[in-house]
Design a protein around this ligand. Structure first.
Ligand code: A2P
Length: 313
């Protein structure tokens, strides 16, 4: 481990830094400062999305960092995501354009389809508004973004093994990444094996189990195996959870607006979890924390959580 874990090489040949700053649920007024703190601390990877409604502030922060000579655009890896109301092929270009405008960038390093389903145009995300998507059609439009250079890599998020398999069957440009929930308590064993066999990189959102989110029953940082490893290694449970992800071959996207935790979450390189402790993680009981129950109803697109995730639950 050690130095080699700082980047993962995508199927495009690009290097993706293995720790990225997550920006989901970062409020206006704090997100810009968090980005500045993170980049000054050495982060080179920021995970954004149109629906987080904070890309404008991130763009302002990036512009200032570039102007002040703190970092150059080409040193950064910036991801954003196409929201569910823009999956019609004619809306995809506009989706990335609005993100690029807000971020004040000419391109993103990675552009993802945020969810495998669509919502009716002009509506917000709720079970009544979900409609079936035509992912092959959307993917053609994503491929055009890749061809144009506005997205240097394209990929997906929240895709089950089956949905990814279906996409791979029709893709001209292979998805570089599938970004999904992944941490010691939801390890994505099946999906990870599939991704590895196809050269699709697995990127982990909620790598700490999103302990600050009220509706999530977070149980990662207080898992006994995580705590035991942390005590033995003299690290925090958060650092162990992140280092576990990197050692599994996943990039990790921890979110923090707190300076000391932003620093802590990047301090995962010059040590590793030894084999005997690492092996213990396979015994952790698995629980999907972000199940998507709100997307499921007896008269909706998905009748059950099992259907949404194609049985991976
Ligand atoms: P804060 O922003 O106050 O640091 P995830 O990335 O899994 O979604 O988790 C994000 C949540 O975890 C946020 O509530 C964040 O709070 C908290 N968090 C981030 N880093 C750490 C850490 N090193 N130790 C404990 N909690 C953390």
């Amino acid at each position: 481990m050690g130095e080699i874990a700082r980047f993962f090489t995508l199927n495009t040949g690009a290097h993706m830094p293995s720790v990225g700053l997550g920006t989901w649920q970062m409020e206006p007024g704090v997100v810009g400062e968090a980005v500045v703190t993170a980049i000054k601390a050495g982060y080179r990877h920021i995970d954004c999305a149109r629906i987080y409604r904070n890309e404008k502030e991130i763009g302002l922060a990036l512009k200032k960092l570039f102007n002040d000579g703190v970092v150059k655009r080409e040193e950064l890896f910036i991801t954003s995501k196409l929201w569910c109301d823009s999956l019609d092929p004619e809306d995809v270009a506009e989706g990335i354009e609005s993100t690029l405008n807000d971020l004040q960038l000419d391109y993103v390093d990675l552009y993802l389809i945020h969810w495998p389903f669509q919502i009716k145009k002009g509506t917000t995300l709720s079970v009544e508004n979900l409609i079936e998507s035509d992912i092959p059609c959307t993917w053609r439009a994503m491929e055009k973004l890749f061809d144009s250079g506005k997205a240097r890599a394209i990929g997906v998020s929240n895709f089950s093994t089956k949905k990814l398999e279906d996409l791979l069957r029709i893709a001209r440009v292979l998805p570089a990444v599938n970004q999904v929930e992944c941490h010691p308590v939801w390890q994505q064993a099946k999906l990870r094996t599939f991704c590895q066999s196809k050269g699709v990189h697995l990127s982990a959102y909620s790598p700490l189990g999103s302990p600050g989110t009220k509706w999530i029953r977070s149980n990662v940082l207080d898992n006994p195996i995580v705590i035991d490893a942390a005590e033995k290694l003299g690290k925090t449970p958060a650092q162990v959870a992140l280092r576990w992800g990197i050692q599994m071959g996943n990039s990790v996207l921890p979110k923090s607006t707190n300076k000391s935790r932003i620093l802590e979450n990047l301090d995962v390189y010059d040590w590793s979890i030894p084999d005997e402790l690492f092996a213990m993680f396979t015994t952790i009981q698995q629980v999907r924390l972000i199940r998507g129950d709100i997307f499921v109803s007896s008269h909706g697109l998905y009748k059950s959580v099992e259907e949404l995730w194609d049985g991976e639950i």
